[in-house]
Ligand binder design. Structure first.
Ligand code: MG
Length: 168
């Protein structure tokens, strides 16, 4: 049985993952409107990944005989003028998610909830990967600047991303 405080924090994290999913879906729609189908594809896969994060946490709460309570998902921004501004916003957001997971990890440790702490290990590793991937895309976008051919190439590369369910 989950301690109430941990159950509450896991529910908050579930909401945060769903908010992330909603944010990336909004980015996908924004770039579809701007005629950047590859970048839109990348964010749509990100949308799927965030749903997988939320679902994995829901499964875990249920496995521990806790109760998942779905709360409203707050509004997300709708417009990003340039690809780099969206990826910079993504990196800033993922850093906040990393901090939330670290807090949750510390809370589980303090509460001697070792099962939750263990479960969060994969999330800690996942955040390292998320931040690293986004940083690389930002570096590429900075390098090409306003170059249309470069942007087209990056759009094609990001268009080849496919969804692989994260192992959580
Ligand atoms: Mg996530």
């Amino acid at each position: 049985m989950l301690q109430k405080q941990i159950e509450g924090a896991l529910n908050e994290q579930i909401n945060a993952e769903l908010w992330s999913a909603y944010l990336y879906l909004s980015m996908a729609l924004n770039f579809e409107n701007q005629g950047r189908p590859g970048i839109a594809n990348w964010f749509k896969i990100q949308f799927q990944e965030e749903q997988a994060h939320a679902l994995a946490l829901m499964d875990y709460v249920n496995a521990r005989d806790g109760k998942v309570v779905l709360k409203p998902i707050a509004e997300v921004p709708v417009t990003w003028e340039t690809p780099i501004s969206a990826f910079e916003a993504t990196l800033e957001h993922e850093k906040k998610v990393t901090a939330k997971i670290n807090n949750l990890y510390a809370m589980a440790e303090d509460a001697k909830d070792f099962a939750t702490r263990q479960k969060l290990n994969t999330f800690v590793a996942e955040q390292v990967e998320e931040e690293d991937t986004v940083r690389q895309i930002i570096d590429d976008l900075s390098l090409i600047g306003e170059d249309g051919t470069g942007l087209l190439q990056i759009d094609r590369e990001l268009g080849s991303r496919t969804f692989t369910a994260p192992q959580l």
